[in-house]
Design a protein around this ligand. Structure first.
Ligand SMILES: Cc1ncc(COP(=O)(O)O)c(C=O)c1O
Ligand SMILES: N[C@@H](CCCC[NH3+])C(=O)O
Length: 422
């Protein structure tokens, strides 16, 4: 199996693709299509890989990639912390009994509800993102440790919509203007606030370690400057998430081992250079934990002019439209000896841009009723799904150890009407 499918994926002689020991055709019959299958063992393996690659670090799963109670439970059992960025994500974490002290709250524009719920639950850390927020927190006097989110001015060389380490975008206090140092000053000046450390997040889908190394050098210089100016040694450096994954065979990705080694080495060298103690690292991988654990199964509804139309689309995967993301797809559930030809897999929505996978080789006899599987759909798919065209969001089915378990059920027409109260 190529590197884009879960490690457990296995094709049977009859063409059936098993994930987590469960056949995707069986899943489609049981739960309908489209559906997201989520391989529990793959999630756990990735959690373990990050913990191994970053020894001594706090690995916080970024729940924005995908969150439901079961996922929160797996992550907690694997010893990870959890990054949430809304009262909604926090509510799911709470419902799963995720330990409050291991939760970090993020957000450039936290609502009063976000802050209220986070303080009520007693989250361990809050990442502050603006001077106004520092003032607001000073009146709330949270027991949580604060991390100041710094914009280090480092280019993650990723899509502009997710390149958050550079100046001129909405997140963080820029290092270059002195705003980051000023934020540290203001937090330290408030007797009701506890500054725990510094945070930065370079962006998402970053495929090289160099940007992280540069960020480490800049962040350590700031830690040293804080020590010099205030006599305060901050003991936590949070480098955020962003570790990129391959969506199609052969694409580059940043594996945890490479990232861990490069970051650890640079951190030790930078701290030695600045004669400052090595802080505890925190990282916040989202995509790299859950992306490859997800496979989406669609049913083919029509074939014409090299286009294969399926029963999902931009409502379950907005990423091609938002970022020009490219995917692969394969026929599952039956065997064919037919030669392949390149087709484009399109969705069912009322837009010409509703394309799921461009120029993918599929057997020439693909026909209505067939099942297609699209890999690497565990992150930012269900999490970003919409009800466009009042299409109902697909279920998430947990697979693993030869069993399937419904984690999030498919929406019903009643669900759609529940909020229609006028
Ligand atoms: C603050 C923060 N941490 C972590 C993440 C997770 O990023 P990724 O899923 O790319 O690892 C994000 C999203 O980009 C983020 O904004
Ligand atoms: N949602 C995005 C990336 C942003 C990550 C969250 N800060 C994606 O699908 O790739």
């Amino acid at each position: 199996m190529s590197g884009v499918w879960p490690g457990s994926a296995f094709t049977r002689r009859d063409g059936e693709l098993l994930v987590g020991g469960v056949g995707l055709r069986d899943l489609a019959e049981r739960f309908g299509t489209p559906l997201h299958a989520l391989d529990e063992e793959e999630v756990r393996r990735r959690c373990q890989a990050f913990r191994r690659a970053f020894p001594g670090a706090d690995v916080a799963y970024a729940g924005k990639a995908f969150l439901c109670r079961a996922m929160a439970g797996w992550v907690a059992e694997e010893g990870l912390a959890l990054d949430v960025c809304s009262a909604g994500e926090l509510a799911v974490a709470r419902a799963a009994g995720f330990p409050a002290g291991r939760i970090l709250l993020h957000g450039n524009a936290k609502t009063p509800e976000d802050l209220h719920d986070a303080l009520e639950y007693g989250v361990g850390r809050i990442v502050v993102d603006s001077f106004h927020e520092i003032c607001r927190l000073a009146t709330l006097r949270p027991a949580s440790r604060l991390l100041v989110r710094v914009t280090p001015g480092v280019d993650g060389h990723t899509h502009a919509a997710m390149n958050t380490g550079v100046d001129g975008q909405k997140f963080g206090f820029p290092l270059s203007t002195g705003a980051a140092a000023e934020a540290v000053r203001r937090v330290l000046a408030q007797p009701g606030l506890t500054l725990g450390g510094l945070h930065c997040h370079l962006g998402s889908q970053i495929t090289g370690a160099a940007a992280y190394e540069e960020a480490v050098r800049r962040m350590v210089a700031l830690l040293a400057a804080v020590r010099e100016e205030h006599g305060v040694t901050l003991d936590e450096l949070d480098l955020g998430g962003g570790f990129g994954v391959a969506y199609r065979p052969g694409e580059p990705e940043l594996d945890p081992e490479t990232a861990g080694e490069a970051i650890g080495k640079t951190l030790r060298a930078a701290c030695a250079e600045h004669r400052t103690p090595v802080p505890r690292l925190t990282i916040e991988p989202g995509r790299a934990i859950v992306a490859r654990a997800g496979v989406t199964v669609y049913r083919v509804l029509g074939v014409k002019r090299g286009l294969v139309a399926v029963d999902g689309g931009m409502s379950d995967n907005p990423r091609p439209g938002l970022y020009g993301a490219r995917y692969t797809a394969r026929l599952v559930g039956r065997r064919t000896t037919c030669a392949e030809r390149e087709v484009t897999v399109v969705g069912r929505h009322c837009e010409a841009g509703d394309v799921l996978a461009r120029d993918v080789p599929l057997p020439a006899d693909v026909r209505p009723g067939d099942l297609l599987a699209v890999p690497v759909t565990g992150a930012y798919h269900h999490a970003m799904a919409s009800n466009y065209n009042l299409v109902r969001r697909p279920p998430v089915v947990g697979v693993g150890f030869g069993r399937a378990r419904l984690l999030v059920r498919r929406e019903t027409p009643e669900d759609l009407l529940l909020r229609d109260v006028g």
